[in-house]
Design a protein around this ligand. Structure first.
Ligand SMILES: *Cc1c(COP(=O)(O)O)cnc(C)c1O
Length: 362
């Protein structure tokens, strides 16, 4: 493709695989030889039925999803799930446990408290969320309805190395920024949800995977759209879904399969992230935000000796074709989001830029 593309380290919406974008371009004006573009066809058409069914089948294959899990393509991003999870899973005399490891977990707690009883099982705010809590720090309540955690903390650059212990089959995860970046121990989960715009596709779509036995929990008084049971029964076609988003997500699933699936994805992600962490650790000029045992493979956060240098780094990088490196205001410094679709070449060029910047400013 002749279009010029720079290195995009945006936290989200984020870079998508080029072959996916190219295929989407081809089908924009006409889906195959249909004479109508992908965004212009009915969500009840046989063409779209095939697209949504194939997307689900590919996802099931990637995650090795047991038959008792439903796959839902919903709207409202990950944020609506902060409300839908407790509305569907938290009964009147129950408690939901939340492990707080960042801003997104805090937002999930805020919404759950509007619905029912919340117990904070651990909170790393005192250390500006620079780490994942140790097993001994996590104090679950006696009989939680579910245990919610954020697998990758997009803003702080931390990631759970493995699932929190002691809550098998009860785990609810916000996996917005690391879904499909590595294999998942699916038998530990009740619900997995993710906004699409980091690792899966365009914004405006949320992927929700929910175990069948949990669908007996919602009250019938729930607003219809907010009830998982309704979406499961209607196969995500209760109303008009984000057809474009589902189509693109399906292409991303196929792209991941073509890369060798989730094991291969994890290997590539580890290798990319270690290029950056090695550069950070190999110099006194750069300091990482996350503790080494808690480091994210998706969002790498670090800072320079002064805020002035941070700012100079961001603008010099931008001028060199390395976009989106300014850290979130809660952390400051720099952040490189290197999701599945971020090519290794982008990370190599960033590391070369870091070395060069240090030699001129260090
Ligand atoms: C981006 C993000 C969200 C918010 O997603 P929306 O789709 O904008 O609602 C929630 N959780 C995590 C972990 C995120 O990275």
């Amino acid at each position: 493709m002749a279009t010029k593309r720079i290195h995009n380290f945006s936290a989200g919406p984020a870079v998508l695989p080029v072959p996916v974008l190219e295929e989407a371009c081809e089908n924009m004006l006409s889906l195959g030889d249909l004479g109508m573009g992908i965004m212009e066809i009915s969500h009840r058409s046989k063409q779209f039925s095939a697209i949504i069914e194939e997307a689900e089948a590919d996802l099931r294959e990637l995650l090795n999803l047991p038959a008792d899990f439903h796959v839902l393509f919903l709207q409202g991003g990950a944020t609506l799930q902060f409300s839908m999870v407790p509305m569907n899973l938290l009964g009147p005399n129950q408690t939901a446990d939340y492990i707080v490891t960042g801003v997104w977990s805090e937002k999930a707690v805020k919404e759950a408290k509007k619905v029912g009883e919340v117990h904070i099982a651990a909170d790393t705010k005192a250390e500006n969320h620079n780490r994942i809590p140790q097993a001994a720090e996590i104090k679950l309540s006696k009989s939680p309805a579910y245990v919610h955690f954020t697998s990758n903390n997009t803003i702080f650059g931390t990631q759970w190395p493995a699932e929190p212990a002691g809550a098998d089959e009860l785990l609810v995860v916000d996996a917005s920024s690391d879904i499909l970046s590595r294999p998942l121990a699916i038998d530990k989960y009740a619900v997995i949800y993710a906004g699409a715009q980091k690792n899966l596709g365009p914004s405006g779509l949320a992927l929700v995977i929910v175990r069948d036995d949990l669908l007996s929990r919602p009250r019938d008084s729930l607003p219809t759209y907010l009830n998982y049971k309704i979406h499961a029964k209607s196969k995500s076609l209760y109303n008009t879904p984000n057809t474009w988003g589902v189509y693109l997500m399906g292409l991303v699933f196929k792209w991941i399969k073509s890369q060798g699936g989730l094991e291969a994805m994890e290997e590539a992600n580890r290798s990319k992230a270690s290029l950056l962490y090695d550069a950070i650790d190999g110099s006194d000029f750069f300091r990482g935000h996350a503790e080494p045992g808690s480091r994210s493979l998706m969002n790498v956060t670090w800072r320079l000796p002064t805020e002035e240098l941070d700012a100079r780094f961001v603008s010099a990088a931008e001028a060199a074709g390395l976009s989106g490196l300014k850290g979130h205001r809660n952390v400051g410094g720099l952040r490189a989001s290197i999701y599945n679709a971020c090519p290794r070449r982008a990370v190599e060029d960033l590391v070369a830029f870091m070395n060069d910047f240090e030699s001129k400013n260090g």
